[in-house]
Write a protein that binds this ligand. Structure first.
Ligand SMILES: [Zn+2]
Length: 46
């Protein structure tokens, strides 16, 4: 297998790291519960 090319990463990390932890409904940095809802506001999270 070929080695993955090293990609330049900006200091501070990749936004994609936390974007999937931001609720689409309330915009808070939180997590999706096992039920598929925002842990902060309870809105369905897909
Ligand atoms: Zn929410």
């Amino acid at each position: 297998m070929p080695e993955e090319p090293e990609r330049p990463e900006p200091e501070g990390g990749d936004p994609a790291c936390w974007l999937d932890q931001v609720c689409p409904a309330c915009g808070r940095l939180t997590e999706r519960t096992a039920a598929g809802r925002c842990a902060a506001c309870g809105e369905p999270w897909d």
